[in-house]
Write a protein that binds this ligand. Structure first.
Ligand code: AYL
Length: 506
C-alpha cells in the first residue's frame, strides 16, 4: 500500500535529540565527573561496592587487558557468566576498544556454547571455574581450550585458564593513549535470539542502536522510564539477556544509579537484599512477579523502598498483576515490551515517566519516543488503525543492524522500508497503549527466556495460536514445552534414554 495509507503510531512523549554519535561507553559514562563517588555496583553476595569512578577505571583497565591479550577492534569476546561486577567490566571494557561482547547462558550445554562460540568467531571466553569443564570437551569437533581460545575465570582459575586480574589489573594508561576510532554503526553487543523462526542467530546491536534505546527510555525532560541517581536498581535478571543488559545495567549507568547485582534468584536472599539496600526499582519477569505476589515469606520483609516494578519479556496475567499490587501498594507497577532484535525496547509504560500518564492494567506501555510502530494484517500486510489486532512492526535507529552472517533471516525480519516484524500480535488502543494478545512466531518462552529445541527445530515445533478457554498456563514458567516421541519399529527406547539424549543437547 502507498505510504499515505500506513497508520503510524508514535509515542506520547515528544521526540528528543539523542547523542547516538557517541560510542556506548562514552554515552553511559557521560556524566561520570558528577557521579564519581556515587555507588555504581553492589555485589549482593559479598556486599562489596564499586563507586562510579572505580567502575570506570576498572573498565578502562579491562580494556587495556583485552588489548594485551590480542583482542582488537571488531573481535568478539564471549561472556558466560552469572551476574557479577566482572560482567560489567568486560562488557564496557570491550566497548572501549571497539570489541564486541556475545553473551551466553552459563546453563547452556557444551554443544550450545560452542555453536554460539563458532558462529560469533569469539576469541576468548570469560566465565566461572564451575563452567570450565563444559569447555573441555574431548571431541575433535570442538575447538580446544588453550589452543584455539583462551579462558579467563572470575574466580580461582583451573588448569590452562587465566584469572580475571590479567584484565582488571592492567595498566589503563596505555589504552587511554591508544584511542580506537569507533563508528556508531560498529557492533558492540551480539546476543543470540531465534527471532521469529529457527535456531538462535547472532543479533548485531551497534553502539548507535543501544545508545538510542537507552536514551528512548531514560533521557529527555520527561523520561519515559524515570530512573534517578539516588535509585538502587535490582539486577537479578540475567545480564546475558538483553532485558537486563539494556533496561537494567545500561539505563542505570546512564543515570548514575546503583546496580544491585544478584548471581541468581532465590526468594529469601532477594527479599533480604531489597530490605537491606533499600531497592527502589525492581525490573522483573512474570515468574518473579508470581514469587513476590504469592510467597508467604514476602510479608516478613520491608519492601516499602520500592517505588517502581517493571515487568517484561513475557505476558503478565491480570490476576497476578493485582496480587502483586496489593503487596507493594506504594509502587508503580507496569510493563515494558521488548524483543532482542528490536534493540530491544518497543514500548514502555507511561506510568514510569517523570510526569506520568494514567495507564491500564494489562498494557505493555506506549511505543518508545523517536520511533515508529505500526500494526499490520498478517495476511495482507495492510496497516491497521486503533484497536485492531495485527502483527506489531517497529522502525527506528534502535533496531538491530541485522543477523550475523544471515542475510536471508535479516531480510525476512526487517523489510525494505526498515520495518522490523516482531511476530507478536497486538493492538494499540485509543490512549496509545500497546496490548499484546498473541504470538505468530515459533517461539516458546520459558520463565522469560527463549527455549530452543535443536532436535526438532524448526518445522516440527508447533506453537498453538490463541488459547482454548479451558487451557491453563503454567504459573511459574509461563509456557512449558511438551514433546511426543514415537519409537521406531524394532528399537528399544526407554524414557530415561530419551531424557539423557535431550539433556545432552539442551
Ligand atoms: P526476547 N508481554 C508479552 N510478551 C512479551 C513482553 C510483554 N511485556 N515482552 C516481551 N514479550 C515476548 O527476544 C514477545 O513475544 O526479548 C517478544 O517478541 O527474549 C519476545 O518476548 C521477545 O523475546 C524491557 C522489557 C526488554 C522487555 C524486554 C524483553 C526482551 C525479551 C527490555 O525493558
Amino acid at each position: 500500500p502507498p505510504p499515505s495509507s500506513t497508520h503510524i503510531f508514535k509515542s506520547k512523549f515528544p521526540d528528543i535529540p539523542i547523542s547516538n554519535h557517541l560510542p556506548l561507553h562514552t554515552y553511559c559514562f557521560e556524566n561520570i565527573s558528577d557521579l564519581a563517588d556515587r555507588t555504581c555496583l553492589i555485589e549482593g553476595s559479598t556486599g562489596k561496592t564499586y563507586s562510579y569512578a572505580e567502575t570506570h577505571l576498572i573498565c578502562q583497565k579491562t580494556a587495556a587487558g583485552l588489548t594485551n591479550l590480542g583482542i582488537k577492534k571488531g573481535d568478539v569476546v564471549m561472556v558466560l557468566l552469572q551476574n557479577c561486577a566482572e560482567f560489567v567490566f568486560t562488557f564496557m571494557g570491550a566497548s572501549m576498544i571497539g570489541a564486541v561482547t556475545t553473551t551466553a547462558n552459563p546453563f547452556y550445554t557444551t554443544a550450545e556454547i560452542f555453536k554460539q562460540f563458532n558462529t560469533s568467531k569469539a576469541k576468548l571466553i570469560i566465565t566461572q571455574s564451575l563452567y570450565v569443564d563444559k569447555l573441555r570437551d574431548t571431541d575433535d569437533n570442538y575447538p580446544k581450550l588453550g589452543h584455539d581460545f583462551k579462558v579467563i575465570t572470575v574466580d580461582d582459575p583451573p588448569e590452562n585458564c587465566l584469572h580475571f586480574s590479567v584484565l582488571s589489573e592492567s595498566n589503563e594508561t596505555e589504552m587511554v593513549h591508544q584511542s580506537v576510532s569507533i563508528d556508531p554503526n560498529d557492533a558492540v553487543a551480539l546476543p543470540f535470539s531465534s527471532g521469529t523462526t529457527g535456531l538462535p542467530k547472532g543479533v548485531i546491536l551497534t553502539h548507535k542502536s543501544l545508545v538510542t534505546s537507552v536514551a528512548q527510555q531514560v533521557d529527555g525532560e520527561n523520561p519515559n522510564l524515570y530512573l534517578k541517581s539516588d535509585d538502587v536498581i535490582l539486577c537479578v535478571l540475567p545480564l546475558f539477556h538483553i532485558y537486563s543488559l539494556n533496561s537494567v545495567l545500561l539505563c542505570s549507568l546512564r543515570v548514575g544509579a546503583a546496580v544491585l547485582l544478584m548471581q541468581k534468584f532465590e526468594i529469601g536472599s532477594l527479599l533480604e537484599l531489597i530490605q537491606r539496600h533499600r531497592v527502589s526499582v525492581a525490573p522483573v519477569v512474570p515468574p518473579l512477579v508470581l514469587a513476590l505476589a504469592k510467597n508467604p515469606m514476602v510479608a516478613k520483609f520491608d519492601l516499602s523502598s520500592i517505588r517502581m516494578v517493571l515487568s517484561g519479556a513475557a505476558p503478565l496475567g491480570k490476576e497476578l498483576e493485582e496480587a502483586l499490587r496489593s503487596r507493594v501498594p506504594q509502587a508503580t507497577f507496569a510493563q515494558g515490551y521488548g524483543m532482542t532484535e528490536a534493540g530491544p525496547v518497543l514500548s514502555m509504560s507511561a506510568a514510569f515517566a517523570k510526569q506520568p500518564f494514567p495507564t491500564k492494567s494489562g498494557s505493555c506501555g506506549t511505543v518508545v519516543r523517536n520511533a515508529e510502530l505500526k500494526v499490520i494484517d498478517p495476511e495482507t500486510g495492510c496497516s491497521l488503525g486503533y484497536n485492531l489486532p495485527g502483527e506489531i512492526c517497529i522502525r527506528g535507529t534502535q533496531i538491530m543492524k541485522g543477523y550475523l552472517n544471515d542475510d536471508e533471516a535479516t531480510a525476512a525480519t526487517i523489510d525494505v522500508d526498515g520495518w522490523l516484524h516482531t511476530g507478536d500480535i497486538g493492538y494499540v488502543d485509543n490512549d496509545e497503549e500497546v496490548f499484546i494478545v498473541d504470538r505468530v512466531k515459533e517461539l516458546i518462552k520459558f520463565k522469560g527466556l527463549q527455549a530452543y529445541f535443536p532436535p526438532t527445530q524448526p518445522h516440527s515445533l508447533f506453537t498453538p495460536s490463541g488459547k482454548h478457554p479451558s487451557t491453563q498456563k503454567d504459573d511459574t514458567a509461563g509456557e512449558v514445552p511438551v514433546a511426543f516421541v514415537v519409537r521406531s519399529k524394532g528399537f528399544e527406547l526407554t524414557e530415561e534414554g530419551v531424557k539423557e539424549f535431550i539433556s545432552k543437547q539442551v
